[in-house]
Design a protein around this ligand. Structure first.
Ligand code: ADP
Ligand code: 5GP
Length: 205
């Protein structure tokens, strides 16, 4: 019985706490690979090229699109964001849990690809829209206009929750982190990852 890795796909409005939660998850799971997206947005203070994102120009991004390098890509809040296919395939081959932090458009696109059977998806948000605004304001990494755009997109994104396998409210950080660790472990035992014929044959032996 073998398992060729799995994908934990998380989405949620910008500022709901995805990156913060993932940092907690990394302390509690092993054999994971965070899919580093490519983006045309400018780095925030403290973000590093090759760790948080691959920060590129619009021209470089469009060259990657032409070369078919992306599993999926989308325009989110006015910038391009995309997931490179090659490192994801390599990590799956190494039986790793691949983690995607991508938007709802990216989720829909991934679900249409050959990798969809690997996916366990989680939609994360704050207890309320007001709390989302508070977090974006207190993070203080974006201008007023950028925050307004993210908040107005959040009102649309929330309508996608029923497309996801799980829904998680990030209220108390410790509690939500524990739940996300559980879901990361569940992702690895998703029934669709196993080859039925192999399982039945091995089990009958
Ligand atoms: P995202 O990755 O979803 O854009 P971040 O992880 O950057 O969001 O979190 C946005 C802000 O909210 C950060 O300032 C972070 O410290 C804060 N935050 C994250 N989780 C919580 C929580 N459970 N309670 C209060 N503040 C939180
Ligand atoms: P941020 O600019 O706050 O880092 O991310 C903005 C949004 O882009 C978030 O909703 C995040 O999940 C999404 N995002 C990040 N990387 C990708 C990607 O590779 N593809 C898609 N479709 N969305 C992404």
């Amino acid at each position: 019985m073998h398992n060729n890795g799995a994908i934990l796909l998380i989405s949620g409005p910008s500022g709901c706490g995805k990156s913060t939660l993932l940092k907690e998850v990394y302390k509690n799971i092993d054999k994971y690979y965070f899919s580093i997206s490519t983006t045309t947005r400018a780095p925030r203070e403290g973000e590093k090229h090759g760790i948080d994102y691959l920060f590129v120009s619009k021209e470089e991004f469009e060259a990657d699109i032409k070369a078919n390098n992306f599993l999926e890509y989308a325009n989110v809040h006015g910038n391009y964001y995309g997931t490179s296919l090659k490192p994801v395939k390599q990590a799956l081959k190494e039986d790793k849990l691949v983690i995607f932090d991508i938007d709802v458009q990216g989720h829909d696109l991934v679900k249409k690809t050959e990798l969809s059977t690997y996916v366990t998806s989680v939609f994360i948000t704050t207890p309320s829209l007001k709390e989302l605004e508070n977090r974006l304001n207190s993070r203080a990494t974006d201008s007023k206009e950028v925050i307004e755009k993210r908040v107005s997109n959040a009102k649309i994104e929330i309508n996608a929750i029923d497309k996801y396998d799980y829904f998680l409210i990030n209220d108390d950080l410790q509690e939500a982190s524990k739940k996300l660790v559980s879901l990361a472990n569940i992702a690895k035992i998703n029934a669709t990852l196993f080859n039925k014929d192999e399982v039945v044959k091995a089990w009958m032996k």
